[in-house]
Design a protein around this ligand. Sequence first.
Ligand SMILES: *[C@@H]1O[C@H](CO)[C@@H](O)[C@H](O)[C@H]1NC(C)=O
Ligand SMILES: *[C@@H]1O[C@H](CO)[C@@H](O)[C@H](O)[C@H]1NC(C)=O
Ligand SMILES: *[C@@H]1O[C@H](CO)[C@@H](O)[C@H](O)[C@H]1NC(C)=O
Ligand SMILES: *[C@@H]1O[C@H](CO)[C@@H](O)[C@H](O)[C@H]1NC(C)=O
Length: 268
Amino acid sequence: AELWTRTKCLFLSLNPLFPGAVGQTVIYPFTSTCAVRGSTVTLPCTFTPLKSFSDGGREVPLKIVRVRWCQNHEICQGSTPSVFDSNSTNNDPRYQYLGDMKTNCTLQIRDVQQGDSATFRFRMEADHPEGHFTNTTGVTVRVDDSTKIIIISSSDDKKLSRGETVTLLCASVCTFHQLEVTWFKDGHGLSETGPSLHLYSLTAEDSGNYTCALKKNMKTLSEPYSLQEEAGGLFTGGNLPPIPGVVFVVLLAVIALILFIIKRYKSV
Ligand SMILES: *[C@@H]1O[C@H](CO)[C@@H](O)[C@H](O)[C@H]1NC(C)=O
Ligand SMILES: *[C@@H]1O[C@H](CO)[C@@H](O)[C@H](O)[C@H]1NC(C)=O
Ligand SMILES: *[C@@H]1O[C@H](CO)[C@@H](O)[C@H](O)[C@H]1NC(C)=O
Ligand SMILES: *[C@@H]1O[C@H](CO)[C@@H](O)[C@H](O)[C@H]1NC(C)=O
C-alpha cells in the first residue's frame, strides 16, 4: 500500500495540470477579477480529489458526490447557502457550473450584478467526510458599476506610418477580460467582436475615428480614438506616396503662373 501511495504521489507531482499536488487541491488560476455590471465572468478552477483514504490500514476509495460554490463563506459546508449546488434542483441560472465531478470546477456568472462583489469558494464533498475539501483562498470578484469604456492603443503615437501594425484595446475601467464589444469606425460597425482590434500594415483607409461599446449596452460607447495614418516622410526612403502630392502642388503653381502671364499679356 505504501509503495502504491508513493507511486501515486510521484504521478501527481509529475502531472503538469496539478504541479506539486499530493492531497486534495483546488486551484484558482487567478484569485481576483473585476467585472462590469451586466457582463459575463468566468472563474476558472481545477481540483484534485483524494482518491482514497486509509482507515486502520485499509484503503477506502473515495468518490466525489457533491460540488458547490458559495459566496463570502470560508468553508461553504453544511447548510451554508450556495450559489451553485450539484445537489440542488433550483440553482439560480445566472450561476453556471461549467465544471464536472472530477477535475474541473469552473464557474460562470452571467449578467453580473452588484451583489456579486464577493469572494467565491469551491467545495467538493465525497461519499466520506475524509474527502470533503474547500480551498479558503477563493476568487474575489469586484463588480464595477461604472460602465465607462475606453480605447487603449498599443502605440503611444496617434500619427502612425504606413505599414505599421497597431492594436486597439476596448477596455472597461477594470478589465478587458472576456468583454463582448462592438467596434465602430467613423460610426460604422465593424465585424470584430473581441476586445482587441488588430490593424495590420496600416494604409490611409485605416485613418478615422474609432469607438467601441459593450455589445449588450450601446450606452457605454467610448470616446472616439482618432487614428491617422501618415505617409512616411520624403527622406525615409521607400515611402514614395508624398511625391505625387508635391508634384500636384508644383503643377498647380505652374498652371497659375501660366494663367497669370496670359492674363497680363492680354490686358497689355
Ligand atoms: C488554494 O488556492 C490557491 C490559489 O489558486 C493555491 O495557490 C493554493 O495552492 C491552493 N491550496 C490548496 C491546498 O489547494
Ligand atoms: C448529494 O447527492 C449525492 C448523490 O447525488 C448523495 O449521495 C448525497 O447524500 C447528497 N448530499 C446531501 C447533503 O444531500
Ligand atoms: C473547464 O471547463 C471549461 C468549460 O467547459 C473549459 O473552458 C476549461 O478549459 C476547462 N478547464 C480545464 C483546465 O480543463
Ligand atoms: C474625427 O474626429 C475629429 C474631431 O474629434 C474630426 O475633426 C475629424 O474630422 C473626424 N474624422 C473623421 C474621418 O470623421
